[in-house]
Write a protein that binds this ligand. Structure first.
Ligand code: MYA
Length: 593
């Protein structure tokens, strides 16, 4: 009977799916307000390209474990030893020489510190050695910026803006002569690089920039005109990261030699996007460092502060905070090192993972630091404790390098678009099977199972340590639920899904949680398999996190379908419109005036 129902359901569902697929030729997501001006989709012109990205494939309900399982180990013994030899003195330097309070007071990096950083090579960590840099891999770089993140985010941003994005374009897209001309001085810190993307009227909508480079008639130079904001120079007054300068830059008929062009003419947007993709992992590792430092302060206080006759670390209210801090740190650190390893492995497609690591790390670090202040109570609110500065420094991380809101839309829409194209490819294969009958039937069978809510057989058996079987089951179950939800969204909205930002946010949150589960399962599994001393503790972190994350995934995906939630979303639109129209709160004051 069940089989019959399933067959009937899947047949009608399948017909509906194809009808929709035919009606939306490329599932191209093009309508205001998000994708306003562009004609081509991320994948519509790369229709036959199958991604190996873990996150991208989630949108098809597929489990492609290769980039996450086993937990990637990309450093050779020699590279590991080299790294260790750098980490120790760098840590000492930040403890003994750098003074974050002084840097903040000065609103610049104190001179001795700056000189020391240059001497250590901190301005050219990824520049090849033959061009005067330290020549670190992405994983090694991640470990170094983690040290900076523990101690001083202001310094971190000064170094990061310079090399994570500032001269990254030259590293990634520069010709040999461009590299030879610019990188040595950049690596020594003699010259400082800036990444000038944002303009007064172009923030999240990066493709709408107006700055123009016009080639001269002789073809020897470009003339640059336009205005950029939030760039290194005379400083703006900011909430945090004060020792990192931020200012405006104006290009007024600036002549730039034609040979300075990075990448292909007319493809600057892609160069900029790739620089951002390539820089984001640094934030996750720096913020893992920040959390590590903040957690030390929180537990030091919790273990020593006595109230009501006991140490506060013995109370459940504090234990839940500390445990959640440790889990958030564990997930962030795992994401940071999976993404950096993927980049070192030359995985071609890691942009969604990089965006997720940035979103997750910036929110986790904010939460952990806020909770640290809560654990410290009134003392945490005082400058002397050194945590309020960290909280102020952290606030910008949810805004810059792509706001978390825009990155959530980016993750959701890029994934949905990919799923749409893959679905269309499947349709083409169904029409012209050419010997692929088995694959087609398998794919159709999985989709039909998902539709009626039964597990499709995704499994991490043999890949994950048996001690984590339950977590492994939860992540595969979450992928099934996710794949089904995306298909339902496509069926319901087609290309109009682009306008459903309440849904897209929840889709992104579910993707973030599933990726978080996967990276910690992979890491804890490795620890258990190797019998590492902290393996049992990691198992607890992983199991507890996976359980909570799975519940959130379920709730977020339920919200996408639920009529009650949809009513709430509609209400929120009305509330927001009314408040905006009224230029403030509309509800009458309880006292009447
Ligand atoms: S820097 C400024 C940060 N600004 C942003 O991040 C801007 C955010 N906006 C965007 O990313 C785009 O506008 C989005 C929309 C994506 C939202 N990778 O039609 P489209 C391709 C690869 O979708 P739009 C700062 O804050 C796409 O495939 N490709 O475009 C400094 C398509 O290609 P094709 C991408 O709707 C902070 C084409 O582009 C990507 O306009 C300082 C058009 O796509 C992508 N991501 O896009 C921080 N996106 O035509 C310091 C799009 O071939 C760092 N495409 O199909 C500190 C570091 C840490 C500390 C270190 C301590 C030492």
């Amino acid at each position: 009977m069940l089989r019959l129902i399933r067959t009937r359901l899947s047949a009608s569902w399948w017909r509906q799916l194809w009808a929709q697929a035919l009606a939306t030729p490329h599932f191209r997501l093009t309508s205001p307000p998000y994708y306003i001006t562009h004609q081509k989709g991320r994948y519509s012109n790369k229709a036959n390209k199958e991604s190996t990205s873990f996150v991208m494939n989630l949108f098809n309900g597929k489990l492609i474990p290769d980039n996450v399982f086993p937990f990637p180990a990309v450093l050779s013994m020699e590279q590991m030893q080299f790294l260790q030899a750098l980490v120790d003195p760098c840590t000492r330097f930040f403890k003994e020489v750098n003074d974050p309070v002084e840097n903040e007071k000065l609103e610049s990096i104190e001179k001795t510190t700056l000189a020391g950083l240059k001497e250590m090579g901190a301005f050219g960590l990824q520049v090849p050695e033959e061009l005067g840099g330290v020549g670190l891999t992405n994983t090694q770089y991640a470990r170094m910026v983690e040290v900076v993140g523990v101690h001083d985010l202001g310094v971190g941003i000064s170094l990061g803006a310079h090399q994570s994005i500032g001269f990254k374009g030259i590293l990634l897209f520069g010709t040999q002569s461009q590299k030879e001309k610019y990188l040595p001085k950049l690596a020594s810190g003699e010259t400082i690089a800036a990444f000038c993307l944002t303009e007064p009227s172009s923030g999240s909508d990066a493709a709408s920039i107006k700055t123009l480079a016009e080639l001269s008639e002789c073809g020897k130079f470009y003339t640059l005109n336009g205005g950029k904001i939030w760039i290194s120079g005379p400083p703006e007054k900011k909430m945090g990261i004060k020792c990192s300068n931020t200012a405006e830059v104006h290009f007024d008929n600036v002549k730039v030699p034609a040979e300075n062009l990075l990448g292909e003419l007319g493809k600057g947007f892609l160069v900029a996007m790739n620089i951002l993709n390539n820089g984001r992992f640094g934030m996750a590792s720096a913020l893992a460092g920040t959390m590590r430092g903040v957690i030390v302060k929180a537990v030091d206080h919790a273990a020593n502060r006595k109230q009501f006759g006991d140490k506060i670390s013995n109370y459940g209210a504090i234990q839940e905070k500390v445990a959640r801090m440790a889990m958030l740190h564990y997930v962030t650190e795992s994401m940071a090192y999976v993404v950096s390893a993927n980049m070192d492995m030359k995985v071609p497609d890691y942009m969604l993972e990089a965006a997720i690591s940035k979103i997750f790390a910036s929110e986790a670090a904010w939460h952990v630091t806020d909770e640290c202040i809560q654990v410290l109570g009134g003392m945490g609110y005082m400058q002397e404790a050194g945590v309020e500065r960290v909280l102020r420094d952290l606030r910008i991380f949810r805004i810059f390098e792509g706001t978390n809101d825009i990155l959530r839309l980016f993750v959701a829409l890029t994934g949905i678009e990919y799923a749409g194209v893959q679905l269309k490819n499947l349709r083409t294969t169904v029409m012209n099977p050419s010997g692929k009958t088995e694959t087609i039937l398998k794919d159709i069978g999985m989709r039909a199972k998902r539709k009626v809510g039964i597990p499709t057989g995704l499994s991490l058996e043999g890949i994950v340590h048996p001690g984590l079987d339950n977590s492994a089951y939860l992540v595969t179950r979450a992928i099934d639920l996710f794949g089904e939800a995306i298909e339902s969204l496509l069926l319901k909205y087609g290309e109009k899904v682009i306008d459903e930002q309440f849904h897209l946010k929840r889709v992104a949150d579910a993707a973030i949680d599933i990726y978080g589960m996967a990276v910690v399962i992979s890491r804890a599994s490795r620890s258990l398999s190797l019998g590492q001393p902290t393996a049992e503790h990691e198992k607890l972190l992983c199991q507890t996190w996976s359980h909570e994350a799975f519940e959130r995934v379920r709730e977020n995906l339920r919200a996408v379908k639920s009529s009650t939630w949809n009513q709430s979303f509609a209400n929120m639109k009305l509330i927001s419109n009314a408040v905006v129209r009224n230029q403030g709160i509309l509800a009458a004051h309880p006292l009447g005036f």
